[in-house]
Design a protein around this ligand. Sequence first.
Ligand code: SAM
Length: 239
Amino acid sequence: VNFGDQLVTPEEKTQRVGAVFSSVARRYDVMNDLMSGGMHRLWKDRFVNRVKPRPGERILDMAGGTGDIAFRMARRGALVTVADINPDMLSVGQDRAADRTIPGLIWQVENAERLSFAESAFDGYTIAFGIRNVTDIPAALREAHRVLKRGGRFYCMEFSTSDWPGFADLYEAYASRAIPRIGKIVADDEDSYRYLVESIRRFPKPPAFRAMIEQAGFVRAAFEPMLGGLVAIHSGWKI
Ligand code: SAM
């Protein structure tokens, strides 16, 4: 499998992705603001508007990291389980939740490929900017399907590559040069940010990813491109 532009074993990829997020955890939130010019907040707002969490619904926020998506859903009264493979990311998230006194959150270390939850445990499954870091994506999608109830919905937000002429080139230059530099200055970690950019480049295009979602058993799979496709919201239903 690929880790950035290197070929590694699946175990090694999972381990190295772990090292990336342990390394960036403390600087993760400030880096998101810097790299996206604050735009990630708007993308996340839009994402949660699409999910439409209702009070009392059980939602699994997979690869939930420092909690940005979970907080937005909990504020609307959903019962959110924040699950992530990386304890360092979760621990930053728990500190943030305590600062903001956001109630109703459960934090749990989980690998998206093999969840410890029972079948049909959740009304909704969300994963934002997480799936491209998972080593075995089809396995994670099958697990998402398994833990959802019938009528449950799957939502995934991920980077993609834009097809707006001009914008794509501009983005490419920004991503490959500026982001690793910002990573070096702010988080003293150029390589982690180089990996993150490379993983965006390698992630399947929305139609191909939609096919993977369908293959996992979801119906009415669809995607909504934002910013000319730089970011896309994917969704599907379990029936
Ligand atoms: N969802 C958060 C957000 O939008 O800010 C965090 C996104 S962060 C870019 C990606 C997260 O995916 C990291 O916290 C990382 O630990 C997690 N991750 C990577 N591989 C994973 C896996 N196999 N299972 C669960 N989480 C994983």
